[in-house]
Design a protein. Structure first.
Length: 151
């Protein structure tokens, strides 16, 4: 959410379609920002756009806060993403990478590779943090929280 609105994704497991939605924090009717999305998941927001991962189409997507035509920023099987003033950060759990792409689109940059099914991601002013799943049958038992400074 931002200071005025909350954002979420909806999905239909049977056909992998869903929408990215918003609603004022003060209440009111929900609005659809993007429909027909392929299994939308993680959401992040900045002052101009909403970003989400579309797992069924393996994409990191973007749409203006007021809605419109979504654009694809990057291809990735990403269960999580985060955004700052210049970039969208995401993980690719299949390839095992931590990535970033400019918020206006462009060439993705690999920040870390060789990760063990990276999953969640977060940012602060100077660093990128993510979780790696473990290797045991209980992935949470031997997983790790990772940090990369100088994002």
């Amino acid at each position: 959410m931002d200071g005025a609105d909350v954002y979420w994704s909806t999905g239909n497991g049977s056909n992998n379609t869903g929408s990215v939605m918003t609603m004022p924090l003060a209440g009111g009717a929900p609005a659809t920002l993007a429909s027909g999305q392929f299994n939308p998941r993680a959401i992040a927001v900045d002052a101009a756009s909403v970003y989400w991962t579309a797992l069924a189409s393996a994409a990191v997507m973007q749409v203006a806060l007021g809605g419109g035509t979504p654009s694809t920023l990057a291809s990735s099987m990403s269960p999580g993403l985060a955004v700052d003033a210049t970039s969208v950060y995401y993980v690719d759990e299949i390839v095992g990478t931590v990535m970033k792409v400019p918020i206006g689109g462009g060439t993705p940059i690999v920040l870390a590779s060789g990760q063990s099914s990276p999953h969640c991601i977060a940012l602060d002013a100077t660093s990128v943090y993510w979780t790696n799943l473990g290797t045991s049958s209980n992935h949470f038992q031997d997983g790790a929280v990772m940090k990369l400074s100088a994002k």
